[in-house]
Every structure is written in structure tokens, then in C-alpha cells.
Design a protein around this ligand. Structure first.
Ligand SMILES: C[S@@+](CC[C@H](N)C(=O)[O-])C[C@H]1O[C@@H](n2cnc3c(N)ncnc32)[C@H](O)[C@@H]1O
Length: 238
């Protein structure tokens, strides 16, 4: 990892550390509650086969980790994120639920502190667009997945219809930073979120990145008129 990539990591973890107290509220408020549906749909792509362990990467405040256990009560989740304040917010939720099958760990998605082939599945919701370079993350996920394992990615898309795209852009560049600023006092953080959403590649480009990284099969599907996309990449079973 070079110094530019290290600095980017510090910037991103600092940003999420600052907005952690408001993260859940703003997520639900800004998406009108759709984020709950999107995470559920992502987790429906999770498959358990050998270790019954899932890596939830960029786990944040643990909403995906908790949904994994809701849909797969026999499994366990390694919830990794490099922002301690985000994981601490999430930890409060699992304490009240007495949820011991989720293990939150601070770690960088570009260098996972895990042995080879130790998880059946990896998930990442709204995290991959923050990771630079993404290829480091793909390589690490491939390494820790068991053969035939899946990497399930939930990320913002660009919106499919022209009118919708216009509204969506206005929302990203005007409403999101304004509401983010009003509540969290940090317009820069929400401006950064809007910029990373716009800079993120479309499904076709992402799919070729994942195949190039070594996944054997990739498919994607849009939700809510293409505002978000789920991408599923499979590691070869051999
Ligand atoms: C938008 S939040 C998503 C949190 C959660 N997955 C959700 O669905 O709400 C993005 C998260 O990615 C984490 N993140 C960004 N880059 C990371 C990296 N290189 N390694 C680990 N976590 C990272 C941030 O700290 C932040 O908690």
C-alpha cells in the first residue's frame, strides 16, 4: 500500500468516525427507509456451505451483520470495519439483542487479518466505493473465501431513467450535503459521499473488474429503478 492509499484510508475512517453518531438515523431518513429493504435483499444472496461463517466487510453499524444472522440463525459473522466509532455504535445494538454470533473487529478491507479459505461468503454494503484500490479488497476476499464462496456487494447505481437520473443528481449534490450538514454538522462528509457515488463504475465495468480479479462468475441486478445494485461474484468451486 503506498502513502496516497494510506492517506485515503485515514481520510475515510476519520470521516465515518465523525458521522457515526448520526449514521443510522440519516441512512433511514435520507433513503426513506429503503436501505432496510436493500440490505435484506443483499443478504438473500448469502450462501453457507462449509464454515458457516460470513465476513461482513465495511460492516459499519452492523445492520448487514444482524440481518445475516436473522436469515441464517446457525451462522456466525465476522464484522470488519476500520472505523472503531462505527463498530461501537453497532455493538450497542448487538448487546441489547445478546447477539454473540457477531464478532466486530477493526480491520482494513485491503489487508484482512484472516487465514485463507475461512469464510463461505463475504458481504459489503455501501463500502466498496470507499476502498482504494478496490483490487486489493477483491484479492483479499478471494483469498479468504472457501471454494465456490460468494462475494455479495450492495452499492449505489446511477439511476436508469433520464428524468430519474436528473432528480437523483440533484438529490446527491444538493439535498444530501444539506441534510447531512443540518444533522451532523459535516457537509464535507456528505459531499464526499455524493462524489464517490457518482465516480463509482456501472455494473458492466464492475463485473469485468471482478472477473479480472479472479472471480469465476459475476451477476448483478438493480433495485429501486437502478438507484442501487447488487453484484454477486463467485469464486471457482475448484
Ligand atoms: C457507508 S458505510 C456502510 C456501513 C454498513 N455496511 C451499512 O450498510 O450501513 C461505509 C463503511 O465502510 C468502512 N470502510 C471504508 N473503507 C474501508 C476499508 N478500507 N476497510 C474497512 N472498512 C472500510 C467505513 O469505515 C464505513 O463504516
Amino acid at each position: 500500500m503506498n502513502s496516497e492509499q494510506r492517506d485515503h484510508g485515514r481520510l475515510v475512517s476519520g470521516l465515518f468516525g465523525r458521522i457515526a453518531p448520526w449514521y443510522d438515523f440519516l441512512n433511514h431518513f435520507l433513503s426513506l427507509g429503503w436501505d432496510i429493504v436493500w440490505r435484506k435483499r443483499l443478504v438473500r444472496c448469502v450462501r453457507l456451505s462449509r464454515t458457516f461463517r460470513v465476513l461482513d466487510l465495511a460492516a459499519g453499524t452492523l445492520d448487514v451483520s444482524r440481518e445475516i444472522l436473522r436469515q441464517h440463525p446457525g451462522g456466525s459473522v465476522l464484522a470488519m470495519d476500520f472505523s472503531l466509532p462505527m463498530l461501537q455504535r453497532g455493538q450497542r445494538k448487538i448487546q441489547t439483542e445478546k447477539q454473540t454470533a457477531i464478532l466486530p473487529v477493526t480491520a482494513d478491507g485491503r489487508t484482512l487479518p484472516l487465514p485463507n479459505q475461512c469464510v463461505d461468503c463475504a458481504t459489503i454494503a455501501f463500502g466498496i466505493r470507499n476502498i482504494k484500490p478496490r483490487e486489493d479488497c477483491y484479492r483479499e476476499v478471494l483469498r479468504v473465501l472457501t471454494p465456490g464462496g460468494r462475494f455479495c456487494i450492495l452499492e449505489f447505481g446511477t439511476g436508469r431513467r433520464k428524468i430519474l437520473r436528473g432528480l437523483y443528481n440533484m438529490y446527491l449534490h444538493r439535498i444530501l450535503p444539506l441534510v447531512g450538514w443540518l444533522f451532523s454538522g459535516d457537509p464535507q462528509a456528505y459531499r464526499y459521499l455524493a462524489e464517490t457515488i457518482q465516480a463509482f463504475p456501472d455494473a458492466r465495468v464492475l463485473s469485468s473488474e471482478l472477473l479480472q480479479a479472479g472471480f469465476s462468475k459475476v451477476y448483478s441486478f438493480p433495485m429501486t429503478a437502478g438507484i442501487v445494485q447488487v453484484h454477486v461474484a463467485e469464486k471457482s468451486a475448484r
